[in-house]
Design a protein around this ligand. Structure first.
Ligand SMILES: *Cc1c(COP(=O)(O)O)cnc(C)c1O
Length: 410
């Protein structure tokens, strides 16, 4: 994304051109940014045996999954449907780790039978799985290291009250279940939350999981999850991936030497790989001045873009129809019958009705969380790849809303 001669460009293509071609509102993704983030991460960990599994739930379009597969990534899937999408995108089943939470044993077995790696996050499932498969299918265990991490409560998963993972204090019970059922534990996993800024927090979590790993002699990998923070505005601090790479790789290599086993270090980033590669563009329907506020009302809402309301997330917004000019203060809102505010009191170049507003950091958890609330259709998705724009998901139509409705004889 760059601003050049009064136009915002993605890989050389003016964003206004793309939205005029495909309509508004629109999600646009820049594959070059995804690839550069992936490469930056692999480079940061180039001193150790690392594998990056893309967390499919952040942005699940098949074309995006294919881009990461082509880069050599694996896949982190949290539902059988994501597993199926991964297989459809050409991932080898063994390159997919399935990390379900509170999912039925039936679904977990179905995924295991597809040859996908299974990450288990509670004792009950571990017992049932072990009873059924014994040593025939190895498992990964999701540990809850009980460290407080993450940008806010909704996205923190490692604390004591979290529903995720098996407490490290239950390791003796895990071992008992594993030994009794003659199971093989091939991996240990932790994922303590999203938007973790501090390299120290990762390292502290790493110490805990490495310590626990000594209890399992047949490990092939340790999955450190994700949670890397990206920049949401100018001067925003992001996780220092290079510093983390340097420090954790060294620690990990030393550990492997110490235990005499060559393990693979795994990460499963979503946001880090796709957040900044995504842009969401919407058209201004009305400028509405009230006694205290100037609202810019857009042709979209929390149905398409819920992060600002759900997580209080800050998403930078610019007027791409008029990038230069004097700025004024606007509150950006949606058209849904809820208070769906995208941003309060934003300084934006003067907006006229009809102008296109572009939100940044719209790659992760944006389209993926879109709904049909207020009976609105979900937007189209466009991928800019090697200097060309490609439609990768059609805009929904009215028929899509009624497709599964059954008109009962009432
Ligand atoms: C959501 C999730 C991720 C990805 O988290 P990001 O903050 O987007 O990088 C990774 N692993 C698991 C198990 C997840 O649930």
């Amino acid at each position: 994304m760059e601003l050049k001669r009064n136009q915002y460009l993605i890989d050389g293509i003016p964003v206004t051109k793309i939205v005029e071609k495909y309509g508004s509102p629109l999600y646009i993704y820049d594959s070059a940014k995804m690839v550069s983030q992936y490469k930056r991460m692999t480079k940061a960990f180039s001193n150790t045996k690392v594998r990056i599994n893309y967390a499919a739930k952040a942005l699940t379009n098949l074309n995006i999954l294919k881009i990461f597969r082509q880069q050599g990534a694996g896949l982190d899937a949290v539902s059988i449907q994501e597993v199926r999408l991964g297989l459809k995108a050409g991932f080898d089943p063994q390159d997919i780790i399935y990390t379900p939470n509170c999912v039925s044993i039936e679904e977990i077995c179905e995924v295991a039978d597809m040859g996908v790696r299974i990450n288990i996050d509670n004792i009950s499932i571990l017992e049932q799985f072990g009873h059924r498969y014994g040593s025939s299918i190895p498992v990964c265990i999701r540990i809850n290291p009980h460290i407080l991490a993450g940008g806010n409560q909704k996205i923190s998963t490692g604390h004591i009250d979290s529903k995720f993972g098996i407490s490290i204090y239950q390791t003796p019970l895990v071992k008992r279940v594993v030994e009794t059922n003659n199971m093989r534990v091939e991996g240990l996993h932790m994922h303590t939350g999203s938007d973790i800024l501090d390299v120290e927090v990762f390292l502290r979590g790493a110490e805990i999981i490495l310590d626990t790993a000594k209890e399992f002699e047949e490990l092939d990998y340790i999955d450190f999850g994700s949670g890397f923070k990206v920049a949401y505005k100018a001067d925003d601090i992001e996780t220092d991936i290079e510093a983390l790479g340097q420090q954790l790789s060294k620690r990990f290599n030393d550990y492997c030497k110490e235990v005499g086993r060559e393990l693979t270090l795994i990460f499963e980033p979503g946001k880090y790989l796709v957040s900044e590669a995504g842009f969401f563009v919407a058209r201004t329907n009305v400028i509405k001045q009230t006694t205290s506020t100037v609202f810019a009302g857009l042709d979209t809402g929390m149905n398409h873009f819920i992060r600002p309301m759900f997580y209080d997330a800050y998403h930078d917004a610019v007027n791409i129809s008029r990038p230069n000019g004097k700025t004024r203060i606007y509150t950006l809102v949606g058209y849904i019958c809820e208070t769906d505010t995208f941003g309060w009191n934003r300084k934006i170049t003067e907006i006229s009705e009809g102008d296109y507003i572009m939100f940044r950091n719209a790659g992760a958890y944006c389209f993926a969380m879109a709904s049909n609330y207020n009976s609105r259709c979900r937007p189209a998705e466009v991928l800019v790849h090697e200097g060309r724009d490609h439609l990768i998901r059609k805009r929904e139509e009215f028929d899509d809303l009624t497709r599964n409705i059954v008109e009962a004889e009432i």
